[in-house]
Design a protein around this ligand. Structure first.
Ligand code: FA5
Length: 361
């Protein structure tokens, strides 16, 4: 067995001879790092050799230590150079490769669409805008006063129980004011009458909230409100506008019917039903289809809106003179129209994030 000095010198010579060719052979960064670890890593040859320094007699230690450090430095520099060489080679390869391969198949764009409710909402707005109605916006959290009182709901009217949901108390003109998630877009009627002078005609689409839950009722749904205020407005004008609207939206063949109904803020009031476009009872074989239709529940009709002539009390509540102005109003369920339009059998389907609603029908 040779003495520690000879062993140290031989080890150092081996490393000195080996690291250069080992680094030169590395084809990529991973190879180069592995080669570096073989010499300078925690388990590397040079590291192990340094650990034997304490066996070297004191008088030679300084000189051999210096040589070992010089080799360590050389290994480190060669490693850095190797990294630069490989990076440069990779860059050269990239630059000399063809810029792009036009024969590769494309990734394919998967076109999306606006949600059925959004599309119907746009359609409804377009139809009424073409008839001269302006679009007005209103907040989803609105004053109890606008949602009920100003619209002529008597205090504790049973309709308020069915409709009120979340209450919030907030400040309005520095005073605490009871507000709630609006139960209908009719709040916007009040807002617009308070800020405009007749004549005007507005529509206002938006979300509303109720305690409702079945195949045609959702706790959150969309309505579009309409309000026209002028002089000498008649019920026949209301019927004309709404009939024209239904025909434009669903087609000339779809039947429309007006039924008397009660809303505190209109007199007379009515509801409009349209023929169910899912079972199409007016077309051949309709009666049979209707009997089994879950959407119109066999009636052949679907209620889509409430309407009527604006009640004089409402005009008084907003500071208009009911002797001078008249008007009509209506409020329509956008979801119901989307169901009719696209044959959706349950309103819940519209809110379940089914991707088919966004990728086309
Ligand atoms: C109202 O909300 C009145 N504000 C409408 C109105 C405006 C009447 C102006 C007169 C003048 P109603 O509660 O009937 O009325 O609702 C109107 C429409 O909203 C209904 O015809 C129906 O299409 C839709 N709708 C009502 N409740 C729901 C619900 N829970 N889910 C989905 N659509 C609903």
């Amino acid at each position: 067995m040779s003495d520690p000095v000879t062993r140290f010198e031989q080890g150092l010579a081996r490393v000195t001879d080996a690291f250069g060719p080992a680094f030169a052979e590395a084809h990529d960064e991973q190879d180069l790092r592995a080669a570096n670890a073989r010499f300078a890593g925690p388990q590397g040859e040079l590291t192990a050799l340094m650990k034997t320094m304490r066996e070297v007699p004191g008088d030679r230690r300084r000189e051999l230590g210096k040589s070992a450090n010089a080799v360590k430095q050389a290994v480190a520099e060669a490693f850095e150079l190797g990294l630069t060489r490989l990076a440069q080679a990779a860059r050269d390869a990239e630059l000399s490769a063809p810029a792009l391969d036009p024969t590769l198949p494309g990734r394919g764009v998967r076109p999306g669409r606006l949600h059925a409710i959004t599309r119907v909402r746009h359609e409804l707005v377009d139809i009424f805008a073409s008839l001269g109605f302006d679009v007005a916006e209103g907040p989803e959290v609105d004053l109890y006063d606008y949602n009920f009182d100003k619209l002529g709901f008597p205090p504790d009217h049973p309709a308020t129980d069915m409709q009120d949901t979340f209450f919030v108390t907030r400040e309005e003109d520095g005073e605490p004011a009871t507000s709630l998630l609006r139960a209908h877009t009719s709040t916007v009627q009040v807002r617009e009458m308070l800020r405009r002078e007749p004549p005007f005609a507005i529509i206002s689409p938006g979300a509303v909230y109720r305690r409702d839950d079945d195949a045609t009722h959702s706790p959150m749904f969309f309505q579009i409100e309409g309000l026209l205020v002028d002089q000498d407005v008649s019920f026949s004008e209301l019927m004309g506008v709404l009939t024209l609207f239904v025909k434009r939206l669903l087609g000339d063949d779809v039947p429309v019917r007006f039924r008397p109904s009660y809303f505190p803020f209109v007199e007379p009031g009515g509801e409009v039903d349209v023929g169910c476009t899912l079972c199409r009872p007016w077309a051949d074989g309709g009666a049979e289809r209707s009997a089994a239709c879950g959407v119109c529940k066999g009636t052949g009709w679907l209620e889509v809106l409430g309407c009527g002539m604006v009640h004089p009390v409402v005009f008084e509540n907003v500071g208009y003179d009911p002797e001078k102005v008249t008007g009509f109003a209506f409020g329509m369920g956008i979801d119901r129209i989307a169901m009719l339009r696209y044959g959706v059998p349950n309103i819940k389907l519209l809110y379940e994030n089914d991707i088919r609603f966004l990728s086309g029908f």
